[in-house]
Design a protein around this ligand. Structure first.
Ligand SMILES: NC(=O)c1ccc[n+]([C@@H]2O[C@H](COP(=O)([O-])OP(=O)(O)OC[C@H]3O[C@@H](n4cnc5c(N)ncnc54)[C@H](O)[C@@H]3O)[C@@H](O)[C@H]2O)c1
Length: 346
């Protein structure tokens, strides 16, 4: 698979490192309007061709697939252009700024008949798949109650960058849906994947906290949400809270999920320090004894995308799944504004 990277910023380094270790992948080019970012990327990863405009790369055309790692609002136009040129697409999350634009990407990918995947990174965590297997096996019985969080601390550290990868995340005018769009999508996927149930209704509180005098840095108005709390009902009637913040001092990037069923519980924590999956089931319920569980390795999204392009068989998570998540995020923004309970349209 000859791969073109679109967007040679911070996350693109992770993608290059991951694809370098996958057999049958050649990183043949990179596109970025910022020459300094392009130069740094070439220096780090030895990419043979570079372009400051996607159109020039598409005119050249000597690649099979694109890896779209642009800022959130740029995913939609660049992905549509790549699909129209007949390229497979791995796109970063969130797929688009809203469900309608995400669905345009779903339709375009289907019409083009190309592999389409979205990089929901935590699908690479083996213990998440094991947690899903445990809940699906019935070992904890019907799930009743869920508690999930995704905590980061970079706003508390005042680590905004100028403009860098962080400032656009704070500004709705630059296409960000704040913490909800940036990491809310991860923890909603983490939760619903683990319990095998979609969110069917929700309330949401969103908060944007003042960060600098005037809440503006240059052209960036710092108006995107920093924290959210969703109270949700799931498909089987279970309820739960899902919350997230960029002000969580002491947590650089930590996810936690606790799932309780009528026969036991599963708890999963993941962060830079590692991953811990533990269960309390069977006779252990009576004594509140938790036991650590190991998980066999899983293929990463990068490997799955490569396999899908080679085999021609679509893999998960695909654009349609990302669009469904976007529907939940859109509704959370509405619920955050009107403080009402909202049903997810079926
Ligand atoms: N899956 C994950 O865990 C994860 C983690 C971090 C970031 N991300 C996602 O990755 C994407 C990029 O984030 P980042 O932190 O690397 O941001 P970044 O700002 O460091 O990098 C974005 C790059 O895209 C370039 N760019 C802007 N417009 C472009 C265009 N039209 N064509 C080509 N390049 C363009 C910018 O110049 C910059 O170099 C975002 O969508 C973000 O949500 C995902």
């Amino acid at each position: 698979m000859r791969l073109l990277v679109i967007g040679a910023g911070r996350m693109a380094a992770n993608h290059a490192k991951a694809f370098k270790d996958i057999e049958g992948v050649e990183l043949v080019g990179a596109v970025d309007p910022d020459p300094a970012n392009l130069a740094a990327y070439v220096e780090a990863f030895g990419v043979p061709r570079t372009f400051t405009k996607l159109e020039d790369a598409l005119d050249w055309g000597q690649f099979d697939a694109v890896d779209n790692i642009t800022p959130d609002a740029v995913h939609h136009p660049t992905t549509l252009a790549a699909l129209a040129a007949g390229k497979h697409v791995l796109c970063e999350k969130p797929l688009a700024p809203n469900h309608a634009l995400a669905m345009e990407m779903v339709v375009a990918a289907q019409a083009a008949g190309k592999i389409n995947m979205v990089n929901l990174t935590y699908r690479n965590v083996a213990e998440l798949h094991k947690a899903r297997d445990i809940t699906a096996s019935g070992a904890i019985g019907t799930v009743k109650h869920v508690e999930a969080s995704y905590l980061q601390h970079w706003v508390a550290l005042r680590d905004f960058g100028d403009p860098g990868p962080w400032l656009w995340r704070l500004s709705t005018g630059h296409g960000s849906n704040g913490t909800l769009g940036d990491i809310g999508i991860h923890i909603i996927d983490f939760t619903t994947f683990a319990i095998g149930q979609p969110i069917t209704s929700m309330n949401c509180r969103l908060q944007t906290f003042s960060k600098v005098p005037g809440d503006r840095i240059g052209e960036y108005v710092l108006d995107a949400n920093d924290s959210f709390i969703i109270s949700a009902e799931f498909g089987n009637g279970a309820i739960g809270t899902i919350h997230s913040s960029r002000w969580a001092s002491g947590h650089s990037n930590d996810q936690r999920l606790r799932v309780y069923g009528e026969k036991g519980g599963v708890e999963l924590s993941h962060g830079h320090w590692g991953t811990l999956l533990r269960v309390c089931i069977g006779a252990d319920v009576a004594t509140s004894t938790w036991r650590e569980v190991s998980a066999p390795p899983v293929r990463t999204n990068y490997q799955r995308f490569t396999d899908a392009v080679h085999s021609g068989v679509q893999e998960d998570p695909d654009f349609r799944h990302a669009a469904e998540l976007q529907r939940v995020l859109d509704l959370a923004l509405v619920a955050g504004r009107d403080r009402q309970e909202h049903q997810i349209p079926s």
